[in-house]
Design a binder for this molecule. Structure first.
Ligand code: 6PG
Length: 244
């Protein structure tokens, strides 16, 4: 894998502006190159600023943009913790986003059923060809503990090399989370980490400059075989980087 690109921004707003420009440019180039743009949305709070910016771009080819999710909490879509709800509040319920292009994980189902259901959904989006689905772009966050998507430290999902979508028991959260697996994430053409806040400084240093295993710092397990990784971070998150 090529070295990840790292861009440091003074503020979350500047980071979100840059991320929006990247997503828009990538969307146009993918649609022009192969007729569509497949994007996996990240959850949490950081991407909110990006999604509200994307909602200011009705001119994008939304009918050719497939919006999927990298992970989801095991809650209904109207629950305050739902990633689908956050995306709906900021972007996916915009009138110019076709409902048929939004593919949420059904967190309201029993977790194992929800994971199998989402694999079927991904097969309907990507086709049932051999191999893992290759997203044009995957958005990722980074937790203070080094998790990404819902790949948390020392959880069973970290060792899965075949399934596309997993119901991952996360003991410290006393819950299960739905998540794309490493093979699917690492099949992507481009992965964009959005990382902001001083509480991410340790994790970002560990990911970019540490030597811990992916068991201990799961975001270190993101290294696409044939893809690019970029980290868009703010100054606070970059504060522990030696090269920043
Ligand atoms: C989720 C995520 C998760 C998130 C990180 C960072 O469902 O919570 O997908 O991986 O990206 O926990 O979250 P914040 O952006 O809220 O810091």
């Amino acid at each position: 894998m090529e070295e990840p690109e790292i861009q440091v921004y003074a503020t979350l707003d500047a980071l979100a502006d840059a991320a929006c420009e990247r997503v828009c440019n990538r969307a146009w180039s993918c649609v022009q190159e192969h007729g569509r743009f497949t994007l996996a949305l990240s959850g949490g709070s950081t991407p909110r600023a990006l999604y509200t910016r994307l909602a200011q771009h009705p001119e994008l080819p939304w009918d050719q943009i497939e919006l999927c999710f990298g992970d989801e909490r095991t809650v209904p879509p109207d629950h305050p913790d739902s990633n689908a709800r956050m995306a709906a509040e900021t972007l996916t319920e915009q009138s110019f986003v076709p409902a048929g292009r939004v593919h949420r994980m059904r967190g309201e189902l029993p977790p194992l059923e929800a994971a199998a259901d989402y694999e079927r959904t991904l097969r309907s989006v990507f086709g049932t060809h051999a191999g893992f689905p290759r997203f044009d772009m995957v958005l990722l966050g980074l937790g203070p503990d080094g998790h990404t998507a819902s790949l948390f430290p020392h959880t069973p999902a970290l060792t899965e090399r075949h399934a596309w979508v997993l119901a991952n028991p996360v003991e410290k959260l006393q819950t299960q989370r739905l998540t794309l697996s490493y093979p699917v994430l690492n099949a992507a053409a481009e992965l964009l980490f959005l990382v902001a806040g001083a509480d991410k400084a340790w994790a970002l240093h560990e990911v970019l400059e540490g030597t811990a295993s992916e068991q201990h710092v799961p975001a270190r397990g993101i290294h696409p075989q044939n893809g690019r990784v970029a980290f868009l971070v703010d100054g606070a998150a970059a504060s522990a980087l030696t090269a920043s």
